[in-house]
Design a protein. Structure first.
Length: 89
């Protein structure tokens, strides 16, 4: 039996990219969201995230989008990886 958990990572800054890339290399189905298409374009072109440093490898992402509902679809875990000032109060 495969344990393929669907994970949505919200935020594609350094932390979000690291989290999404790592989880994808570990076999999770990862969907990445960011409000900035400009930030996502290089990831879309590659189809995922290349990890370098202490951890290395390529994390292929299931979905990379600015459409929040698309990324949240079927998510079993939602990880919000943004700066504190990114949230509206």
């Amino acid at each position: 039996m495969s344990l393929m958990m669907n994970v949505a990572v919200l935020g594609a800054g350094n932390g979000g990219q690291a989290m999404a890339g790592y989880l994808a290399t570990q076999g999770f189905n990862v969907r990445l969201w960011d409000r900035s298409l400009e930030r996502l374009e290089p990831i879309i072109i590659q189809g995922g995230i290349t990890l370098t440093g202490k951890l290395s490898g390529f994390g292929a992402l299931k979905t990379i989008s600015t459409e929040l509902l698309e990324v949240l679809q079927d998510a079993q875990v939602i990880m919000v990886v943004t700066t504190a000032d990114a949230m509206k109060t």
